[in-house]
Design a binder for this molecule. Structure first.
Ligand SMILES: [Fe+2]
Length: 301
């Protein structure tokens, strides 16, 4: 078995509105569209993922919340209906997915060996959260690549931001070790929105795009600043500013996926490719890619 490697990482946010706007057969509610700029961004990301031909997609979702430790999906085949508790009117999705249990167990074991509290999720009737599903649907609607789902321990919310993100750094490093040891060609998906100030009322219909815009100008400016740094490959500077960004823009990257992904990739000072940016109920969302094959840091298939 050759040594595995991470071949790309994507910032792949999970507003369920994007699935709703897409009208896939799996989702019950119907829409007239909406949020096209972001859905077109995902279209570009999907084309790139198709070329990458990974063995597995790993996703860390802020909406699978586990208070004790970091959990990993550990059932080979999962199916059921996932409903967004905040937006049940737009997201009631029938999912069916295959888990790469061997890699999930390797991630679990490496993370435990590095001192994190960890657990395998073995409930065969487990309902996968809408964050995981939305990110995976938008990246790969065919559902033909096995996945590893990782929970959000939300330690940055219970501890300090710095302590919580330190744990996510360890989780990322453990994930990279597990990928290497199992020989997988892996793509990482950080399921995070940027500025997370949002409206408290929904237009009728929800896809009325005449009502969609950033909720908060300062938050929007923060998003633009961070995106420019990411596009410029100034990753050190991004992580220096991250706690302030989280504090001032209420950024969802606080929940850790973004740090997990960059830690796993080794914080490469590499320009990210912006596939697109858009707001969803006022929150800021960027779809971005760090392609380690194109950068010469990973082998092509
Ligand atoms: Fe979210």
């Amino acid at each position: 078995m050759s040594q595995g490697e991470i071949i790309a990482g994507f910032l792949a946010p999970h507003p369920p509105h994007l699935v709703y706007g897409d009208n896939p057969a799996q989702n019950e509610p119907r829409s007239k569209g909406g949020w096209e700029a972001l859905r077109w961004a995902y279209e570009r990301a999907r084309a790139s993922l198709d070329e990458l031909q990974p063995d597995v997609l790993l996703v860390h979702s802020p909406h699978w919340i586990t208070q004790q430790g970091h959990h990993f999906l550990g059932v080979k085949h999962l199916n059921g209906k996932s409903v967004d508790p905040i937006f049940p009117n737009i997201f009631r999705y029938r999912f069916e997915l295959e888990v790469d249990v061997e890699l999930a167990e390797a991630c679990h074991d490496e993370a435990a060996a590095m001192g994190l509290t960890t657990k395998m999720m073995r409930n065969p009737n487990f309902r996968v959260d809408y964050g995981t599903i939305t990110t995976l649907h938008m990246m790969r609607p065919q559902w033909d690549i096995p996945v590893v789902g990782i929970s959000a321990n939300n330690s940055p919310y219970y501890l300090s931001t710095a302590e919580g993100l330190e744990e996510m750094d360890v989780l990322g490093k453990a994930t990279a070790k597990a990928i290497e040891a199992t020989g997988r060609r892996a793509v990482l998906l950080a399921s995070n929105t940027l500025c997370h100030y949002h409206f408290s009322k929904e237009p009728v219909p929800p896809e009325d795009m005449s009502q969609e815009h950033p909720e908060n100008f300062d938050g929007y400016l923060w998003d633009m600043r961070m995106i420019e740094l990411l596009r410029g490959g100034q990753i050190k500077e991004v992580f220096r500013l991250l706690p302030q960004f989280i504090e001032e823009a209420f950024a969802e990257v606080k929940s850790g996926a973004f740090t997990w992904m960059f830690a796993a990739m080794g914080y490469p000072e590499l320009p990210g490719e912006l596939h697109g940016y858009g707001t969803v109920i006022g929150t800021g969302n960027a779809v971005m890619e760090w392609n380690l094959i194109k950068a010469g840091l990973a082998r092509a298939a």
